[in-house]
Design a protein around this ligand. Sequence first.
Ligand code: FAD
Length: 370
Amino acid sequence: MNKIYDVIIIGAGPSGIGVATLLKQMNCKSYLILEKEEIGSSFLRWPDEMRFITPSFPAQGFGQTDLNAIVPKTSPAYTLDMEHPTGKAYSEYLELIAEHFMLPVEKGVQVNRIDKESDFFRIETTQGTYQSQYVVWAAGEYQYPDLQPFPGAEFGVHNSLISSWKDIEGNDFMVIGGYESGMDAAYHLARLGKRTTVIAKTNTWEIDNSDPSLALSTYTYGRIRHLLDSNLINIVGQTTVVQIEALSSGYNIYTSNDQVYFTNEKPIIATGFAGSTTQIENLVTRGLNHEVLVNESDETIATSGLFLAGPELRHTDHIFCYIYKFRQRFAVIAETIGNRLKLDLAILEDYKRENFYLKDLSMCGEECQC
Ligand SMILES: Cc1cc2nc3c(=O)[nH]c(=O)nc-3n(C[C@H](O)[C@H](O)[C@H](O)COP(=O)(O)OP(=O)(O)OC[C@H]3O[C@@H](n4cnc5c(N)ncnc54)[C@H](O)[C@@H]3O)c2cc1C
């Protein structure tokens, strides 16, 4: 525990495994991944029925890597025989990558606190203190739901805490939140023959934007479109829930436009995640969208040597909340660390050729001609 590693990565999801794979290929000799549970544990928590929104397809032979791959020349579609992988299947893909590259993952090590002391980080964990020169924070969002988005939310159940929609008793539900999680919940409940009312602040299904970080994805819209005309899914749009009140017979849901909806069943809260960077608040500063402020190499502005990888990454209007987006920053982080540690950077040429390297963000933007 007195050893000072060159790099410690927190989290063995796609981001942590993705960055570690690059460090390995750059011949880094002194790095570790600390993982509180097991590889891909966020995906193992997905409801059994949930599937990737972004499709997987083995097109790597023609220079188009599978959208859900985290390493060039790999394909979840090919490995798993699935176009829209389940969480469990995707965690198997991550396991395979870690095994293939023989990545040093220490499982069952939960990071509780990180401090920077002069030139190195002290990382306090359930298994003792680790030290490193650089930290890559890759602990994701999924295991850090926002459980208190409004008063009374504790009377509901957050969608990330549901292991299977089959386990939910009742026939008539209220889902709060109209983005992917809320619509996915409504879709699976409808498939089980249950009625759902979705209360949505933003009409995501009507937004004229091709970015699935803003508008409902085409996959989800395609799944629910026919159900919107049935009596199984009812949508109340442009409505903000402000409170839930528990009654002896059920729950009252209050909205900002003075409507009250009653439901017998626990409301399903699908309003989003607080995110894991709440664990390192002492090391970061935040911008107008509450994003962690980072420089052009995804190194936090407040703490040099600390890098952010994964869905919480944001550069002004560019939101990196899908794998096909944030995977293109793994090489930018690895290049910066590699330069400072004088590692072999040759592998970066492969990543650039395979579209796994996006440095100039002025090139991206979500426009669609038709
Ligand atoms: C409903 C829903 C659907 C989605 N669908 C898609 C999709 O179709 N396509 C897509 O690209 N993305 C999708 N996403 C987003 C995707 O799940 C995330 O982008 C992805 O999981 C992020 O990867 P990550 O490695 O950054 O985080 P995670 O996968 O969450 O991995 C983080 C890891 O860190 C570990 N960890 C956390 N805290 C600590 C700690 N303190 N100490 C040690 N270890 C820790 C966790 O156990 C976990 O293994 C979806 C998300 C949701 C909520």
